[in-house]
Design a protein around this ligand. Structure first.
Ligand SMILES: Cc1cc2nc3c(=O)[nH]c(=O)nc-3n(C[C@H](O)[C@H](O)[C@H](O)COP(=O)(O)OP(=O)(O)OC[C@H]3O[C@@H](n4cnc5c(N)ncnc54)[C@H](O)[C@@H]3O)c2cc1C
Length: 235
């Protein structure tokens, strides 16, 4: 579907949310993703398409994606074009897809874990919950590199959702959780029982490691729901 760039919001030093208007509304469920096609001059060999979560909620009038700008010499031509979009520019959005969405059973206990920019589907889901005045039993953990990488706090506040923020490399004044997020930390904070679902979203390699460690700790495969972001790496 053709979409027109409307405006962007700066979420942090390297993350922006890009808002688009569409002639008719795109049908999607909070937490799903799309593929965006952004034609631009001299595309590099990584091309003009990217998968992206819809960080907006279906309750919002405009559609949004939120993206991170690495800013290093390997930054793709796609990211440069995205971060330089001008109002009125046209992109294409594929049909929304994916099962990283709330379970139908509203009583299921949930643990949400967003790694860095992997927090985007949770923005969509918490905004949807707030707009529908719906409460779920959710333990939410957001892991970031530094305090400057914390984003969407206003949305989580609006949903009355406490976020346990784990900062990998915090300043001396940081009073919260610190260190690299491990499976043991997630299980210690979330205390899942055998029916709890654990949603993990973020860089693929890091997520795969967390998932493997959780299985070793006794979590069952069917309890883990993942949204892998390839293209970002974290060792
Ligand atoms: C289901 C799904 C949902 C997603 N949702 C989001 C989302 O909400 N937000 C989001 O930002 N991304 C999301 N992604 C990831 C997105 O599709 C891109 O892979 C990611 O943003 C990286 O973009 P980029 O390739 O333009 O790399 P850049 O952002 O330009 O680069 C990222 C980093 O990786 C390095 N790098 C990556 N590939 C190469 C390469 N081939 N050669 C050299 N260096 C490289 C760069 O140097 C840089 O440090 C999602 C992916 C999937 C599959």
């Amino acid at each position: 579907m053709r979409a027109t760039f409307h405006h962007s919001d700066t979420e942090s030093h390297n993350v922006k949310t890009f808002w688009f208007e569409t002639p008719e509304s795109l049908r999607y469920t909070a937490g799903q993703y799309t593929e965006i096609t952004l034609p631009h001059d001299n595309p590099d060999n990584r091309g003009i398409k990217r998968w992206s979560t819809l960080s907006s909620s279906p309750t919002e009038k405009l559609l949004a994606i939120s993206s991170e700008y690495a800013g290093d010499e390997n930054t793709s031509s796609f990211k440069r074009a995205l971060f330089n979009l001008e109002a009125g520019a046209q992109v294409d959005l594929a049909q929304a897809m994916g099962d990283f969405v709330l379970p139908k059973d509203t009583s299921t206990r949930l643990i949400f874990v967003g790694l860095g920019i992997g927090v985007t589907p949770f923005r969509s889901i918490f905004k949807w919950l707030a707009d529908n005045d719906e409460q779920r039993d959710i333990t939410f953990i957001h892991s970031v590199a530094t305090e400057d990488d914390i984003i969407f706090q206003n949305i989580f506040d609006e949903a009355h959702q406490h976020a346990t923020i784990v900062v990998e490399d915090p300043s001396d004044t940081w009073g919260g959780e610190r260190g690299q997020l491990t499976a043991q930390m997630i299980l210690g904070i979330g205390k899942p029982d055998s029916d709890t679902l654990i949603y993990l979203s973020g860089a693929q390699d890091y997520l795969e490691r967390l998932q493997r460690d959780m299985l070793r700790e006794g979590v069952k495969q069917h309890q883990i729901v993942t949204d892998f972001f390839p293209g970002y790496s974290k060792s």
